[in-house]
Design a protein around this ligand. Structure first.
Ligand SMILES: Cc1cc2nc3c(=O)[nH]c(=O)nc-3n(C[C@H](O)[C@H](O)[C@H](O)COP(=O)(O)O)c2cc1C
Length: 158
């Protein structure tokens, strides 16, 4: 399967999980490609004033993993804006990956996943799974990353 791992990552956390996912999916015989959404101009995280510079195309992929951080208890505005601009995800298998700092359910991870799913479904995607990685605590984080990478790669393997 040709899988696009399309991410926005400001400080590199989401990107580091995406790299592990790519490795895992490639080892399972898939073609997995990471593409990064970028923002132009003098952008500050959390600001609402921005323009997307690189908007990866989705049509070449059979399945997609969208990955992004939580900002202010919600999906980061950059990923939200990117997803809103995609024309169609009709019949594409989609998994959602979110990273956040705090290990509490109410700190935004679940809400960010729900926001991602809602936009993707509105474009015709078939949502097949999601994962949240909390960054706090090195050992906890490692376990969480392994769990989420395992889970998402299995979901898309079917
Ligand atoms: C502007 C901003 C807002 C954030 N808000 C939250 C938040 O509400 N909850 C949380 O757990 N982490 C929050 N974080 C932490 C990031 O979600 C976390 O560090 C994430 O892993 C960063 O991913 P990245 O390195 O791919 O950009 C915030 C970070 C930034 C820069």
């Amino acid at each position: 399967m040709n899988i696009g791992i399309i991410i926005f990552s400001h400080t590199g956390n989401t990107n580091s999980v995406a790299l592990k996912l790519k490795y895992k999916l490639s080892a399972a015989g898939h073609s997995a490609n990471i593409e990064r959404i970028t923002v132009g101009g003098e952008y500050r995280p959390g600001s609402k004033n921005f323009q997307l510079k690189i908007k990866p195309k989705v049509d070449i992929y059979d399945a997609l993993i969208f990955g992004a951080p939580v900002w202010a208890f919600s999906l980061s505005t950059v990923m939200k804006s990117y997803l809103m601009q995609i024309e169609s995800l009709k019949n594409k298998k989609v998994a959602c990956l979110v990273t956040e700092f705090f290990p509490f359910k109410w700190m935004g991870g679940n809400r960010a996943v729900a926001e991602m799913k809602k936009i993707c479904e509105s474009k015709g995607a078939v949502i097949c799974g999601s994962g949240v990685v909390n960054w706090a605590g090195v050992n906890r984080r490692k376990k969480r990353i392994n769990h989420v990478v395992e889970k998402l790669s299995r979901i898309l393997h079917v």
